[in-house]
Write a new protein. Structure first.
Length: 267
């Protein structure tokens, strides 16, 4: 059964990015459709992470524009991007290592906290008048996070400090933190780096389930070509900051430029 791919939700047009005299990205254009898994591949230094950093507001490109849900931006900051519904995981884990799994994932709900700090500080401790706004909000946020914890099968580690978990589980918590934001687009920066085969298989399953059950659009950077070809709907290929291929896995697999630059040099 083939899934239903929607309209374009993210449109990257003519993005160029330089650091000093070094060109990281040159005139890159591609789009992402709602509900698809869109992978960005290429050798080390091809500009993949730089591209994600432009999409989620960490870098400001010198040229080009990014259109998200019909709104075009020359530049957004990371907070604006998150508020619009884009979440991200990082190559190097962006977790609070001393905090529990649950607390890390509750931190991902920050954007959904509407009550002000005063309301939270003076919540009615005895519930005399029923749940106030801040309490209702916390109950809702906690319930959502518990749902993500169940979904990712990490119930047994809810109260464990993240630093005490094996690396593969820390990566799963990082995915959970991003999912706690309820994103419409999820940017995954090498979610399987450093994992063994079993951990990779688990992560693949979760990515497919997130895409299927939550309907989340996924933009994925991944070095494991087997994974990319198995789970992607479309793939864009970068090399030295330039786009050299774009299409379905089968189209990319048979693209001679891609074979020369990437597939032909795999170890």
């Amino acid at each position: 059964m083939s899934k239903q791919i929607g309209d374009v939700i993210l449109d990257v047009q003519n993005i160029s990015l330089s650091f000093g005299g070094v060109k990281a990205l040159t005139d890159i254009s591609f789009d992402v459709r709602e509900h698809e898994i869109r992978s960005i591949i290429g050798p080390n230094g091809a500009g993949k992470s730089s591209m994600l950093n432009c999409i989620n507001g960490v870098y400001t490109p010198q040229q080009g524009s990014i259109t998200f849900k019909g709104q075009t931006f020359k530049h957004m900051n990371s907070r604006q991007v998150a508020e619009m519904g884009v979440a991200r995981t990082f190559q190097n884990l962006a977790l609070f290592k001393g905090m529990s799994v649950l607390d890390n994932m509750m931190a991902g709900r920050n954007l959904h906290i509407k009550s002000n700090i005063f309301a939270q500080a003076f919540r009615n401790p005895f519930g005399i008048f029923g749940l106030g706004g801040a309490e209702k909000e916390e109950v809702h946020n906690r319930a959502y996070v518990e749902h993500i914890i169940d979904f990712l099968e990490i119930q047994a580690h809810r109260k464990t400090p993240v630093a005490q978990l094996p690396y593969g589980l820390q990566k799963r918590v990082d995915l959970g933190r991003a999912l706690s934001m309820q994103p419409s687009v999820l940017l995954l920066d090498e979610p399987m780096a450093g994992m063994n085969l079993e951990e990779k298989q688990d992560m693949c399953r979760f990515i497919l389930d997130v895409n299927d059950e939550f309907g989340t659009t996924i933009v994925l950077i991944e070095h494991d070509m087997g994974v990319v070809m198995d789970i992607s709907d479309r793939v864009v290929v970068l090399d030295y900051g330039k786009k050299i291929g774009d299409g379905t896995p089968d189209e990319v697999r048979t693209n001679q430029d891609v074979i020369n630059a990437y597939l032909g040099t795999s170890h």
